[in-house]
Design a protein around this ligand. Structure first.
Ligand code: DMJ
Length: 676
């Protein structure tokens, strides 16, 4: 046999122990002496052995490699395992079992998209909030170690029987039922696990409470020309937003660009229920899918608790109740959890700013105080979240705010516009106003009382009645010539100033709603008089649009009963007066209020409509030079156009005010029966 034909063999020890030339020769000799058939048999056996060994090794390694690959992909791209759900028909209310079962099969990895790496959170040393917000003024959940839990717990929670699937050990999860935790622990628990409700994933929790979930409502769309005109205005606004600002907070309709505030797609979320009520199915579906797939809260960015509550939490909850789509409630619950750090103040009065990503909260950058209207205009939404999810913590924290504010000293029921979250007290000598920073405190006293079933002797309604008495005695005045009624302010809490924000024009609507619910006739008289004055703030100007702030004459020596300072002459497309007209029409059925509204709607059409939407104006006092300001705020879609649409409805009970209560951003939420 030639050398080149040698086969390297490994035979049992002994025979191959020698590596010298002699050994190799004798081995070759022995091999050559074997009969051919025996040599073939040995070769065959050895080959079969080698192939078997090779196959076993490769198989294991291949399986291990593919598992590793899947795991790495799951970490890098948590969406890749997400099951795509079919698009929901907004007017079809899917069988909840089917809907939620689909939701429940979403893998643990799919529950992670908003989760940031644990060690990335609560970087206590890495926060610069400006002068006022030193490290001591920023609150966070203190137990840093606990922050690493959510990812693990999500996986545990999704395993039906509470088995630790990570370690593959059948060990029950030791967790107290959420109701057995004390309130502070419940608060911490919700903050640590924003993707959880009651200790399990939000979706699993909602599945558990399925019989309690909303069924959804049906709306038929516009039924007359005025309503159709409003729908056209909505579509025009929406088209501009879609084209130039999709996914951003607001549209700049003049420069045809986007405007960012909190990075939460405010216009989309704020407009959801308006589209649903107007029967704009296609637009609603598109917005719904954006919320489902693209609305994420875990960005490290400060947001304002009040604004995000009334616009985003309120918008999601309203969309959920109207459509019956639990995706909205899932989002609302996560957002509610992420807003809870605001309540970790020493007094329980919430801080104004929350970081939804790192779950910290602090006072505004410009002041140590929160605005009174802001901390008292979150209750409808947080309570509704509790009632909708059957988890009490949200309602508990805002009830505590009610109690605290109720206990504080007031001026005939009227409140200063600033309050300190650390001390829980009003700022001394702060202005008293039913305009900016004070307005919706009064609105929510009444509306919360309605929301909770109108209990007699409830502090909310007692405080409301006392406050309206204070308005009548301390803030209400008449102009010298026309006797127009207006609501002024108390500077330093005592000096009267004849200044009224457009914001105050919500009050006639709230007053007539209160009267409808049993408040005295004096409230109705004030409501009517003030509605007339608010109308005048529009009609006195050639544009038929109201300025942001109006002043009123104190004596007849002044030239006009109503006057406007140049810096206050802007119009931001605000809704308050249209909102009040809506309540007057819905409660009385008198179509005069529709006609008043139609005049103003046409004024917006004439002066605020531009190619890409509707814009705020710099000056309502000159129809030839309105100075376009270039912002379409989300409340144009959530409130102004919604109230116009409902005002022009042939059915004044298109939204039944016995069953629904509008939050401060125009989002209807259900009225609940009184608790027994
Ligand atoms: C809205 O965001 C709400 O109505 C809020 O309560 C006050 N201001 C704006 C609209 O003007």
């Amino acid at each position: 046999m030639k050398d080149s034909g040698h086969i390297a063999l490994t035979l049992p020890s002994g025979a191959v122990a020698s590596t010298d030339e002699r050994g190799r020769k004798s081995l070759r000799r022995a091999w050559n002496q074997l009969p051919r058939c025996q040599r073939n048999l040995i070769i065959l056996g050895v080959t079969a052995f080698c192939v078997t060994v090779l196959l076993c090794l490769t198989g294991d390694q291949l399986i291990a490699a593919s598992i590793k690959d899947v795991e790495e992909k799951a970490i890098a791209s948590p969406y890749h395992m997400r099951r795509e759900l079919p698009l929901a028909n907004p007017h079809h209310h899917p069988d909840k079992e089917e809907d939620l079962t689909a939701a429940a099969v979403v893998t643990p990895a799919a529950a992670l998209p908003n989760q940031e790496p644990a060690d990335d959170k609560f970087d206590g040393g890495n926060v610069a909030y400006g002068e006022v917000n030193s490290a001591e003024n920023v609150v966070r959940v203190t137990d840093t170690a606990a922050v690493a839990l959510p990812v693990l717990q999500d996986k545990k929670a999704d395993n039906e029987d509470g088995i630790d699937i990570l370690n593959n050990v059948e060990e029950p999860i030791e967790r107290l039922p959420i109701e057995q935790l004390d309130e502070r622990e419940q608060l911490n628990e919700a903050i640590r696990n924003p993707l959880h409700l009651g200790g399990i994933s939000i979706k699993r929790h909602l599945k558990k409470i399925q019989p309690l979930l909303a069924k959804g409502q049906h709306f038929h769309g516009a039924t007359n020309e005025r309503q159709s005109a409003v729908v056209a205005a909505f579509k025009h606004s929406w088209a501009g937003y879609q084209k130039y600002a999709w996914g951003h907070d607001n549209l700049k309709p003049v420069s045809q660009f986007s405007h960012e505030w909190f990075g939460l797609g405010l216009t989309i979320v704020d407009a959801l229920d308006t589209m649903y009520i107007m029967g704009l199915d296609e637009e609603f579906k598109e917005a719904r899918d954006w919320v489902d797939l693209s609305l994420h809260f875990a960005t490290k960015r400060d947001v304002n608790l009040f604004e995000v509550t009334i616009r985003v939490l309120g918008g999601l909850l309203s969309a959920y109740h109207l459509s019956g789509d639990t995706m909205f409630l899932t989002k609302a619950a996560e957002l509610g959890n992420r807003l809870l750090p605001a309540f970790l103040s020493p007094s329980g009065i919430p801080y104004s700013d929350v970081n939804l990503g790192d779950l910290s909260a602090h006072s505004p950058k410009w002041s140590p105080d929160s605005s009174t209207s802001e901390i008292t205009t979150i209750q409808l939404e947080f309570r509704d979240l509790s009632r909708s999810t059957n988890i009490s913590i949200y309602e508990n924290v805002v009830n505590k705010v009610n109690e605290k504010v109720h206990e504080l000293d007031k001026t005939d029921g009227l409140v200063p516009i600033f309050i300190n979250a650390n001390t829980g007290t009003f700022r001394n000598y702060a202005t008293i106003s039913l305009g900016a920073r004070g307005d919706s405190y009064y609105e929510y006293l009444l509306k919360q009382w309605i929301q909770t079933g109108r209990n007699d002797n409830d502090n909310l309604i007692l405080d409301y009645m006392q406050a309206i008495d204070g308005v009548l005695t301390k803030l209400m005045r008449r102009t010298p010539r026309e006797h127009w009624v207006y609501i002024g302010e108390l500077i330093n809490g005592k000096d009267f100033k004849p200044k009224m924000d457009h914001l105050t024009c919500y009050l006639p609507g709230t007053l007539i709603l209160g009267h409808q619910n049993g408040m005295p006739d004096s409230h109705l008289i004030l409501a009517r008089d003030l509605l007339d004055t608010c109308y005048q703030t529009y009609m006195q100007h050639p544009t038929h649009l109201a300025p942001e702030i109006s002043y009123f004459a104190l004596t007849d020596k002044e030239e006009h009963d109503i006057y406007v300072k140049p810096n206050d002459a802007h119009n931001l497309l605000r809704p308050e007066f249209i909102e009040s007209l809506y309540y007057f029409y819905a409660i009385t059925g008198n179509r005069t209020y529709q006609d008043m509204g139609w005049t103003i709607f046409q004024a917006f059409e004439t002066h605020a409509k531009v190619n890409a939407g509707y814009t705020s104006l710099g000056n309502v006092r000159n129809a030839q030079n309105t100075r376009l300001r270039d912002l379409m705020e989300s409340f144009w879609l959530s409130e102004t156009l919604k109230y116009f649409y409902l005002l022009f409805s042939d059915n004044r009970k298109e939204i039944d005010l016995d069953q629904w209560v509008f939050n401060s951003e125009g989002h209807p939420l259900p009225v609940y029966p009184p608790k027994t």
